[in-house]
Write a new protein. Sequence first.
Lengths: 428, 256
Amino acid sequence: MIEAYVEAFERFARNGGSEGPEEVLARRREAFAWFVRDGFPTTKDEEWRFTPVAPIARTQWRLLDKASSRTSGRDLEPFRIGPPGWCTLVFVDGRFDPELSVRPALPGRVSVEPLSEAILRDPSLFRPSAVTPFGALNAAFAVEGAVVRVPAGVEVADPIQLLFVATPAATGAAVQTRTVLAVGRGARAQFVESYAGLGDTASFTNAVTDVMVGEGAWVEHTRVQRESDRGYHIGLTQVDQGRDSHYRSFTLAMGGAISRHDLRVRLGAENVESLLYGLYLGRGEQLVDNHTVIYHDHPNCRSWEVYKGILDGTSHAVFNGKVLVKPEAQKTDAKQTNRNLLLSPTAKVNTKPQLEIFADDVKCTHGATVGRLDEIAYFYLQSRGIPRAAAQQLLTYAFAAEVVGEIASVPVREALDGLVRDRLGARG
Amino acid sequence: MIGMLEIRGLRASAGDIEILKGIDLAVNAGEVHAIMGPNGSGKSTLAQVLAGHPAYTVTAGTVRFDGQDLLDLEPEERAQAGVFLAFQYPVEIAGVSNAYFLRAAYNAILKSRGKEELDPIDFLDLLEEKLKLVEWGPEIMQRAVNSGFSGGEKKRNEILQMAVLEPRLAILDETDSGLDIDALRIVADGVNALRRPDRATIIVTHYQRLLNHIIPDRVHVLVDGQIVKSGGKELALELEAKGYEWLTGTPEVATA
């Protein structure tokens, strides 16, 4: 199957490898060579042990699809988060759609633009770090995505929304996007990055996002994955944090036949704080995988991670959380929690916390649980007149709401709370 | 007169262990009954069996509530019929606000009676009234159900729930345990305010002190799964003075 990729890449490279400068093409070649050498991962690879991606690997995806699909604003409504005035870049089947996007004037020369425009002026934006096979594939082919730059000291009041929608026209296509979020020194910004599939679109999204959090900056980054139940989604988010910065992420994964998100956060200087929250909801035969890596490279940093999963049907969740503490990262304070709720006897979870600590003066804890709803809690609700089925919905929602409640932005929190309620049938 | 609650020959087990060994008890509308007894006598089990706790199996006997077979009902159906259990150990539900939970319960009961559900605004009006009863401000309603509540707050929250749901039969399972004097008074005032001729209350307690505030019509002493003595309110005072030893024959190990 790799041959098809080689052929496609050669054609792509002959045509200049998109409109980017020559140095970008050189990086694409490098990444592609990496991909060809390693190929798609298999379950023999420890990082992919419980996540067979054969359905993705064996499909002949259309690469660099030019098929155009018309999408109306109304189709997108369910996927927009927050009020209509928020700065929103919309990408349909991987291509920027200026008409569906909303680009209000933002303070202090904040720039929000598609990668295809931004890269012409600044080739350095394209910094592929081929850390995963899919990341390498993305680096070879991705020509579009969002680029947001918040200059030093600027506070952006409302969240900036990036909405990637796959339409039925993308069925059979690989949609590969690359997004860069760069927040300058002392700046403050919030991002909502959503991936959605319309109807039963069976596409393959392979998305990479690079986040740079400057010295003393404050960033909230919410990632929502709502691909169609027939879609495939592979995502990689790499975060680099400067001194005294605060980064908080919330990852909601609820779509896709197979989905995987890798979140890698480098606490790249002293006195950094990272809060990583996640919620994954599986049903039917969905496979949902979250891998996180937190690099504690410097002293006096704090990371706090809570991922929760709710699995119904014969769905399968994978969680792997690494915390790597270097010898010089003294006074590290790291806590990782992964809790899973099984709603059916056939749902399953593979959870693996991995702490590798090489410093001696640190506080690092982790805990993972897999369980069912407590019978005493059921009884408590039933004894108040709430029927058992409604009690299950309420308790399940409560389990999810605890982590959704950690989202700092009120409108984002309320929007995700609504999504979770709808999914769990707990409207009330 | 037919009692509101008629318990006959009730036996119940937890696993292989029989805890209730033949209980007979009749409670009429308008009455307050106290069920007292030493630790392990089965008094909390009786309270929980009446509410339908899944840990217990009823092996014999009948319980009729307003003439209806109570044991045949699911826990939620018992609540919808008007039975309320104030838990000894109220359950914490992180992630759901007290307001949301209470409205869900209130509306579930309304719905079961074929009535229209209350919207959040109207429900807040109703709550305001009930909060006064337990001397609470509205802030408590935004906190997650019992999550991080002190022992006293949890018990007050049970009384608040009772005030909102207005049961015909309220069963208080050791609601007085772990309460300081002020909280005890608030709980007792709340219970007294809800007393009406068409409602009844069963108070399960180890100690007499709550009964100084809520005067019972009848007092029953449960020992080893059976009611060994019944009397008026003076029986509680006698127990306070003499302990349970004169009824059980064995000295009780102090636990409180």
